[in-house]
Design a protein around this ligand. Structure first.
Ligand code: N01
Length: 538
């Protein structure tokens, strides 16, 4: 939707930044509360991550029946997913359907990027500015900007010197990319690389994969949904949603009671085989209760997954390069794949190990490594995101004492409950650092945050208060708690984007809260029922 309107100036109750799943649901809630909202969205239409990430193979790695809104019982009955894991186009049509059904585009300015927001304590309002020269004042600011929405470019010299095309998985051209008969490079082997590599390989004359760190991946075992299973789930969808809300990761799965060491090797293998055949993303991490706590239990799972790689990839040297050995499984986000390791058996695919032969620079016709020159027509950067803090710190957000959020978080993000930050009154951040967010089914976490924030806004209206701000002590205690829980586990042991380790110079702080969505929800509800313990109101 091309923006044609002139710069706007006005006043509203709430400015909502972002029109992905979080922003859209926020608009729905605010409208139901009788509040006015203005939405700002950089993309040309609704969908957030699913509007931008259109690379071949992009699909969700949470089951489609779970990765959908639960706020409306009719909506979940009327929508029909075609596959176990939905593709990006199908998710985008779902978002479009929801936006049409609830008329959610009405208040949103597309192709508009928020550039700054400044809080005025005397006026009790935010002034939000955009790259179109708009200026909105609002009592509340909701940052629904997504956790994985600021694309990370690779740190490679002379990128501009390359004469062919460069595309980034997180900013995929809407017209698509023709790889037919082309020499193609993919740099990066995280989820985006692992999903796109098999499909690019089918089209390209030759595909070279540049891998810095290998990743563990589990086959999706995707396929059409069984209509009987869907009908039966739909009959108890409400109960299923309630179970999701109190689960660990926002998906219903059994809680493991045994340690990996309590089970005989043969039985362990049988269990792992069953998880492999089922194709569930976090099945391996939840196979025993100590996989993400005890390095030796984790090694049992890692060994199994490495053996699987060796059994798929025909060339033993390539198989070894594809086996992760430098971190516990799960410490980098586990990937769900369709034919990823098999792709390295194709004659038109080769692997370059960047640990032994790093890229030195791009050259006009390709990539130079310390060992050789590789010629390419197209280079795909699958190099990920400045996760969680990137989208929040991109605009200039200036709080109560004139301090920017960037300065307040210079040593790492500081939030109370992963929803609010001291010094930034009346600002809510959906699925921000310090909340379960990216460790969960995002839809469950998004709905919980939007519900909680809208309930505070309603409570403030009822109690005649104008301003809410988290106390510094409550925030410090929460940040300590988030770190304490993370440090009890193996999650911080990989150089992952969870820690900000993928972005040079970014403070190393484990950002998500990993105690689980159920316990986290209880804490948030407890804070609310205790008259918003840890917050000061004016
Ligand atoms: O990004 P990543 P992603 N030179 O950061 C490499 C979600 N998601 O877009 O590991 C060379 O995981 C980097 O190497 P290293 C999901 O939560 C979900 O793939 O830093 N290589 C790594 O291999 C996921 O975890 C889906 O050593 C460079 C890769 O690029 C998250 O998004 C699909 C480099 C980046 O991997 C991020 O995934 C897609 C450089 N300069 C994404 N810089 C679903 O399935 C980076 N790399 C729903």
């Amino acid at each position: 939707m091309t923006r044609t309107s002139q710069a706007e100036t006005g006043s509203t109750d709430v400015v909502v930044v972002g029109a992905g799943f979080a922003g859209l649901y926020m608009h729905h809630r605010l409208r139901a509360m009788g509040l006015m909202a203005v939405g700002i969205e950089a993309a040309g239409d609704v969908g957030g991550t699913w509007w931008w990430n259109r690379y071949p193979g992009a699909r969700c790695d949470i089951r489609s029946l779970d990765y959908s809104y639960s706020f409306d019982a009719d909506l979940e009955q009327e929508w029909n997913w075609s596959e176990k894991y939905a593709t990006q186009p199908e998710i985008l049509s779902y978002v479009n359907h929801v936006s049409d059904r609830f008329d959610l585009r009405r208040d949103i300015r597309f192709e508009t990027r928020m550039t700054s927001a400044r809080w005025s304590d005397s006026a009790n309002e935010w002034t939000v500015e955009t790259d179109h020269g708009d200026q909105w004042t609002a009592r509340f600011l909701v940052m629904a900007v997504g956790a994985l929405s600021a694309a990370k470019e690779p740190e490679i010299d002379d990128i501009a010197s390359f004469n062919g095309s460069i595309v980034h998985t997180a900013k995929w051209p809407h017209e698509g990319v023709n790889f037919a008969d082309k020499l193609v490079a993919v740099i990066g082997t995280g989820s985006s690389g692992i999903q796109s590599i098999p499909l690019i390989a089918q089209q390209a004359r030759h595909l070279t994969v540049f891998q810095r760190t290998p990743n563990f991946a589990v086959p999706a075992q995707n396929g059409p949904l069984d209509p009987e299973m869907v009908a039966s789930l739909k009959q108890r969808y409400r109960e299923h949603r309630a179970e999701q809300r109190v689960s660990h990761g926002g998906v219903v799965s059994p809680s493991p009671e045994q340690s990996a060491h309590e089970v005989a090797p043969d039985e362990r293998t049988m269990r792992f085989d069953a998880i492999w055949e089922e194709g569930m993303l976090f099945g391996f991490l939840g196979s025993f209760n100590d996989v993400m706590i005890d390095p030796s239990a984790n090694a049992i799972v890692s060994d199994y997954l490495r053996d699987r790689i060796r059994s798929i990839v025909s060339d033993p040297a390539t198989a070894e390069l594809l086996c992760p050995t430098s971190y516990p499984v799960g410490a980098k986000r586990l990937c769900l794949d369709t034919g990823y390791f098999e792709t390295f058996n194709r004659p038109n695919v080769s692997l370059v190990d960047l640990r032994s032969t790093p890229i030195t620079r791009l050259i006009p016709n390709g990539i130079e490594t310390t060992e050789s020159l590789h010629e390419f027509d197209v280079i795909v950067f699958a190099t990920g995101f400045d996760a969680m803090t990137g989208p929040l710190l991109a605009p200039e957000i200036i709080g109560k004492d004139g301090e920017t959020l960037r300065d307040a978080w210079s040593a790492g993000p500081r939030t109370y409950l992963g929803l609010t930050s001291h010094g930034f009154p009346n600002m809510f951040m959906i699925t921000a650092p310090g909340s379960p967010s990216v460790m969960t089914n995002m839809l469950v976490s998004i709905e919980q945050h939007v519900d909680w924030s809208s309930e505070v806004i309603a409570w403030m209206a009822e109690h005649g208060v104008q301003q809410i701000e988290p106390d510094l002590e409550a925030q410090d205690a929460w940040v300590d708690h988030v770190n304490e829980i993370a440090n009890f586990t193996l999650f911080p042991k990989g150089n992952s984007w969870y820690l900000g380790a993928n972005v040079p110079g970014k403070p190393r702080v484990f950002m998500p809260y990993i105690a689980g969505v159920g316990p986290y929800r209880e804490i948030c509800d407890g804070v609310a029922s205790d008259n918003y313990r840890g917050f000061t109101f004016q």
